[in-house]
Design a protein around this ligand. Structure first.
Ligand SMILES: *Cc1c(COP(=O)(O)O)cnc(C)c1O
Length: 371
């Protein structure tokens, strides 16, 4: 039987037509018209004034840290349970990452733990919505107001999601998205920063483009990067954005179907379908094995692979990353929830191209592995 891949994107809308348009018109670099169209479209979709398209979500985080002027010893609070891009962005800027553990049910950073991390040197909170449910924003926004902290919102996994009816991506001083092929909308590789602040947007545009000076090109006051997005990527983005609602509805149906098929399976924690502030959009369908299951995520994933089911492990906690340990970061820290779900959690095939039959096969295989 064929392998069920962990992710396969859906590209059967206007993607091809817009790409052909790029090729025929000769506009293939970042100068082409789709870039601004994509920036305006996504920014409008999340209710922001400005969008700055970039090469990927990881560099969008680096640029957000740089644009907010975080540096030398500034403390930035972020989740222990996230992708390394978040901590990398802070460390590369010379700022200090401070980790907060996550909630065992939503897997998102817990507001009370964020509060406990605040010191006189705290400058910003980088909050990251994980897997399908947003972080509980109100308490975090209140903390930021109370202590004068900047918010960087990583909404890479949250296209089309809302928190109490407000779009994810609308909460940060700067918010970022990724368009990697496993995200709800993809450009192959790509990312975007969105903000309401014109100065921050202009700063990001400059950082993205080597900090060329408007008055005299090839003269630079500052170091930037070439993190531009090409017109080809943006053409895909415009086509994908046209279908965002459809994709979110599809992911929700997939999540509901998995939930139906797996409900009541002994030893298995499923994603929460909803909290009081949001309905899950199931960027991925993650599961966590109970402590009394005599198998960890790695063993379960191996057995699923033998049955032709692709999976991915959960994130590995930041304080347990060898690269940061070598740098002397997070010595002796414990974040028990992140540590536990990293060892016991993984996600099932979750791509938009997944069929009902593949969902059933994946769920059946998991039930058998656990039986
Ligand atoms: C995917 C992802 C990123 C990184 O995006 P890339 O485009 O792959 O660099 C950052 N943060 C989160 C939460 C992600 O899921």
């Amino acid at each position: 039987m064929s392998f069920v891949p962990v992710n396969e994107p859906v590209l059967d809308g206007n993607e091809e037509k817009y790409l052909v348009d790029c090729v025929r018109s000769g506009w293939i670099s970042s100068e082409g018209p789709y870039v601004a169209r994509f920036e305006e479209g996504l920014a409008a979709r999340v209710g922001r004034r400005h969008g700055v398209a970039v090469a990927n979500g990881s560099v969008a985080l680096e640029m957000a840290v740089a644009a907010l002027g975080l540096k030398d010893g500034d403390e930035v609070i972020l989740p222990a349970f996230t992708i390394i891009s978040c901590a990398t962005a802070v460390v590369r800027a010379g700022a200090v990452p401070v980790l907060a553990d996550c909630d065992p049910l939503t897997w998102n950073m817990e507001p009370d733990r964020v509060r406990a991390c605040i010191t006189p040197r705290t400058r910003a909170i980088m909050m990251v919505h994980i897997y399908g449910l947003p972080t509980d924003m109100d308490p975090i926004l209140a903390l930021a107001r109370e202590h004068g902290l900047k918010i960087i919102e990583d909404a890479a996994e949250m296209h089309g999601q809302t928190y109490r009816q407000r779009p994810c991506g609308s909460f940060g001083d700067i918010s970022i998205f990724s368009f990697y092929p496993n995200k709800h909308i993809t450009t192959g590789e790509g990312g975007m920063l969105v903000t309401d602040d014109l100065q921050l947007a202009e700063r990001c545009r400059s950082l993205r483009n080597l900090c060329f000076k408007a008055e005299q090109r090839f003269v630079h006051d500052e170091l930037g990067w070439n993190f531009r997005m090409s017109n080809l990527q943006a053409a895909l983005g415009v086509a994908q954005l046209e279908r965002l609602d459809e994709f979110v509805a599809r992911k929700r149906r997939m999540g509901a179907r998995y939930t139906e098929l797996l409900a009541g399976t002994a030893g298995l924690q499923l994603p929460l379908p909803a909290t009081e502030y949001a309905e899950n959009i199931y960027w991925v369908f993650g599961v966590v094995l109970d402590d009394d299951v005599d198998m960890d995520a790695r063993a379960a994933m191996q057995r699923l692979a033998q049955q032709g089911i692709g999976t991915r492990p959960f994130f590995w906690p930041m304080h347990e990353q060898p690269v940061f340990q070598k740098m002397g970061l997070f010595a002796g820290e414990r974040h028990p929830v992140a540590e536990r779900i990293a060892r016991r959690g993984f996600y099932l095939p979750s791509g938009l191209a997944l069929t009902d039959g593949q969902i059933e096969r994946s769920a059946t295989a998991l039930r058998e592995v656990l039986a």
